[in-house]
Design a protein around this ligand. Structure first.
Ligand code: F3S
Length: 429
């Protein structure tokens, strides 16, 4: 095989088949991927616990299943134990009619078989399905400076920005292959230069911006570039506490999905911004000023993709990315309070909140769980997008507070306050 990058003797030996033909192919794929992006070399993955984006056994993805079989037959596993994105199905908490069940059964026919394959290649356990693998409860937490082989865009942007780890926005399978060979190509967000900001974003709003609208505005403006955001610490503080981290989780997922951001710096808050300050901003960086009017413009620009534009919402998803424990508690309190104001006992729209299996288990041990369930809300660890992404559910009037879900589906985005009002019957749509 011809390649442009410089490889060590160890890497060349793997490529030449020292560890078998399948391992050589895995290495070949990683090297080819790096060559395409002009990587000069491979660097070791220092945080061995991977995170995979491909969590669903869609029957059409035959090459995925046969690649997994080849790895298993060759006795190949990842170096560490990996987590993976959420499952696409949860019949107990996300009710489906018979026709929907039939469609899901056909679509995700190979789900259990694929999960068995994942376990054989290095999946941590049967509860390792969440996009918020970096939360304390889940425990797949890289350190500052760690090099990773992850792919899920919301997890990559969080790891890079909030934890100061280093990872490119890899595609599915590359995340697995990097975790197997233990190397990733050295380019983009893995390098010091690639972590510099091409945009300086100045926040001039009169109040704390909604995380998912701010992230959307920045993502759509800077696309795949790195933004350095000033003026936000005024609203979310200078300490990476649970509240700030939850804000940045939702903000980052919106930057990554409404644009293609893999890393952002928040002045006075995120680790590299605290360490280097505005030295991270490139001299020719462009500027983007965000005020109330700009956020309003972005919010009003979201198209309504429902077939019947004024339909009554049939379903609401909250928790994409998965909610934190504190977010679940706050939603419970907010819904209870707003229901009391409207004199109702239960939400008026079928509502599903999603969180990792670990956060869900912790929450279920508190009195909050019974309180949330009493409002009519269901709690699941599903991926709302996987549930939404099929011909039947596409026709449903779904509302969400997730800008990622809005972008990749026909769900309609509302800010938290509006969602609360709709769910509790304060507003009809
Ligand atoms: Fe997570 Fe699925 Fe949303 S992976 S970020 S819940 S689309």
């Amino acid at each position: 095989m011809e390649y442009k990058m410089k490889l060590t003797d160890e890497q060349k030996a793997i490529l030449d088949g020292r560890d078998g033909e399948v391992m050589a192919k895995v290495m070949q794929t990683v090297v080819m991927f790096g060559d395409i992006f002009g990587a000069e070399k491979l660097v070791p993955v220092t945080h061995k616990d991977g995170h995979l984006v491909t969590s669903f056994g869609i029957a059409l993805m035959k090459p995925l299943f046969s690649t997994m079989d080849k790895l298993i037959n060759a006795g190949i596993k990842t170096e560490g134990k990996f987590t993976v994105d959420p499952r696409p199905l949860d019949y107990s908490n996300v009710k489906c009619n018979l026709l929907e069940k039939l469609v899901f059964h056909i679509m995700y026919k190979r789900q259990s078989e694929y999960e068995e394959q994942l376990l054989k290649v290095g999946l941590r356990d049967k509860d390792a399905f969440t996009c918020t693998c970096y939360l304390d409860e889940v425990g797949n937490i890289p350190k500052k400076g760690d090099v990773l082989s992850w792919a899920e865009s919301s997890a990559v942007v969080y790891a890079n920005s909030v934890l100061g780890a280093r990872c490119n926005r890899n595609s599915g399978m590359l995340d697995l292959f990097g975790s197997i060979v233990g190397y990733v190509p050295y380019f983009g967000l893995v390098t010091d230069e690639g972590r510099k900001a091409k945009w300086k974003v100045i926040i001039k709003t009169t109040k704390k911006p909604e995380a998912q609208v701010l992230g959307s505005a920045i993502g759509m403006k800077v696309m795949e570039d790195v933004p350095y955001v000033v003026g936000l610490d005024k609203y979310i503080g200078n300490e990476l506490n649970d509240e700030a981290k939850a804000y940045l989780k939702d903000f980052g997922a919106a930057t990554a999905s409404n644009g293609a951001v893999g890393l952002y710096h928040i002045d006075g808050l995120t680790p590299e911004a605290v360490e280097y300050g505005e030295k991270l901003v490139l001299p020719d960086a462009k500027e983007y000023v965000i005020d109330d009017a700009e956020l309003e413009r972005v919010y009003n620009g979201y198209p309504v993709m429902w077939k019947k534009k004024d339909a009554k919402p049939a379903l609401c998803f909250i928790g994409c990315p998965h909610l934190t424990f504190a977010q679940l508690c706050k939603w419970t309190e907010d819904i209870e309070r707003t229901l009391a104001e409207t004199g109702r006992r239960k939400v008026t729209v079928r509502t599903v909140m999603t969180a990792s299996p670990q956060v869900k288990a912790k929450f279920m041990q508190t009195e909050y769980y019974a309180r949330l369930i009493a409002t009519g809300v269901k709690l699941s660890s599903i991926c709302p997008l996987m549930y939404t992404n099929n011909p039947l559910t596409k026709g449903k009037a779904i509302i969400t507070n997730s800008n990622k879900l809005r972008t990749y589906s026909v769900a309609r985005y509302y800010m938290d306050e509006k969602i609360l009002a709709v769910l509790c019957g304060k507003e009809s749509e």
